[in-house]
Design a protein around this ligand. Structure first.
Ligand code: SAH
Ligand code: SF4
Length: 363
């Protein structure tokens, strides 16, 4: 039997593992701390564990993150790692340092099945779901590469599931990984500092609310079904009305929270004053904030980024109605590390149904 990779086990999984080898449950807590709080990968270094148990662990288990096969640092300090997850696939993780915090953007799948028109990952096709070890391994590796700030705090203070893939289609692995992030024996991040972003997979939203209600971001991108059907094809399955109802249910499980609506700004497609106005109807239904994301182009796309002045006017319409709006700064220029540019290296094994007509940018 192959040695179990303990890296992806949350508290419950770890207790089950120790029960399975005839050991006491408190060992789970000890080993979790060694792996995630201290970054240990070698059982021999776990000095408060008796020598014979260390030997037993070395025979039955391993702690194995994905291999780093490429990395880059942009002038603004943004760092990107290319992580090999198997013989055919590599995914990306990005660290974005900001004043007072550091955000790690993690991938949840090698590729994505959902084929959004404006997304480079979507255009790569889909290979497979990442395991919990491959997801939490991105944080484990970033922590070991970045270490601590001078003040003693970890460099990574926030995690967003906004890399490659649709997290709600891989909750089997995303939930244990998110639990490790908020576990005091794991990374000890507060529930609000871990954000899962979804294009609107409604059943997944309900499951996450029930099992691990961390912060939620929803990729809205259009105020009506006609446009959203084209930009975000999953809208045909879960239209805006159902998506908003799921947001409301989510907030029932996470009171005092809000939904972050992400909105990619596409020149001449979804960025007019009228589009902004009709978003107000949506905002009236759900406690929310808006995050405008200037489109990041990638090879082969015909879409273009909205000009800054139009983005400013769009934000103003929402702000005048009392909404909180932020416009995402483009980070990681020069290393293709901005939102939607992550491509990794995907062996596309699925034929995606091309359901969306190509959206034409205004000439
Ligand atoms: N699958 C999830 C999470 C990954 S994408 C989702 O779609 O929400 C993270 C965010 O980046 C989403 O809001 C997505 O719409 C946005 N995005 C994708 N491609 C982009 C691009 N080329 N430019 C700007 N944002 C993009
Ligand atoms: Fe998948 Fe999100 Fe990209 Fe859409 S935007 S293709 S859901 S990763």
């Amino acid at each position: 039997m192959a040695a179990a990779n303990l890296l992806g086990l949350d508290a419950q999984g770890m207790e089950r593992f120790f029960a399975g080898i005839g050991e006491k449950p408190f060992r789970a807590r000890q080993v979790l701390k060694w792996i995630h709080r201290r970054g240990a990968a070698d059982f021999e270094s776990m000095t408060d564990i008796a020598r014979d148990l260390r030997a037993k662990l070395a025979a039955a288990a391993r702690v194995e993150p994905p291999a780093v096969v490429g990395e880059g640092t942009a002038a603004d300090g943004t760092r990107k790692w290319l992580l090999k997850v198997d013989g055919a696939n590599a995914v990306e993780a990005v660290f974005i340092p900001e004043e007072g915090r550091g955000t790690l953007c993690v991938s949840s799948q090698a590729g994505c099945t959902l084929d959004c028109e404006f997304c480079s990952t979507g255009k790569q096709g889909f290979s497979r779901n990442l395991s919990a070890a491959e997801i939490i391994g991105q944080l484990w590796l970033a922590n070991s590469a970045l270490g601590f700030h001078a003040g003693g705090a970890r460099a990574v203070s926030n995690v967003v599931f906004m890399g490659m893939g649709e997290p709600m289609l891989n909750l089997e692995a995303v939930i244990p990984a998110a639990r490790l992030m908020i576990d005091d024996n794991g990374y000890g991040l507060s529930r609000r500092r871990v954000t899962v972003s979804t294009s609107g997979v409604v059943p997944g939203m309900d499951r996450l609310a029930a099992e691990c209600p961390v912060a939620l971001a929803v990729s809205l991108h259009a105020p009506d079904d006609e446009l959203r059907d084209r930009l975000v094809p999953i809208n045909r399955k879960y239209p805006i009305r159902e998506l908003l109802a799921a947001c409301e249910r989510y907030l029932e499980r996470a009171p005092r929270d809000f939904i972050t609506f992400e909105y990619v700004m596409l020149d001449g497609v979804n960025d007019s004053g009228a589009h902004a106005q009709s978003l107000l109807g949506i905002a009236a239904r759900v406690r929310c904030k808006f995050n405008l994301i200037p489109f990041n182009p990638f090879p082969g796309t015909r879409l273009r980024r909205s000009p800054p002045e139009r983005i400013r006017r769009f934000a103003e319409v929402l702000q005048r109605a009392g909404l909180t709006v932020t416009t995402r700064k483009t980070r990681g220029d020069g290393i293709d590390a901005a939102c939607g540019q992550l491509a990794g290296d995907i062996a596309d094994r699925t034929r995606r149904a091309r359901v969306a007509p190509i959206v034409e940018a205004r000439a």
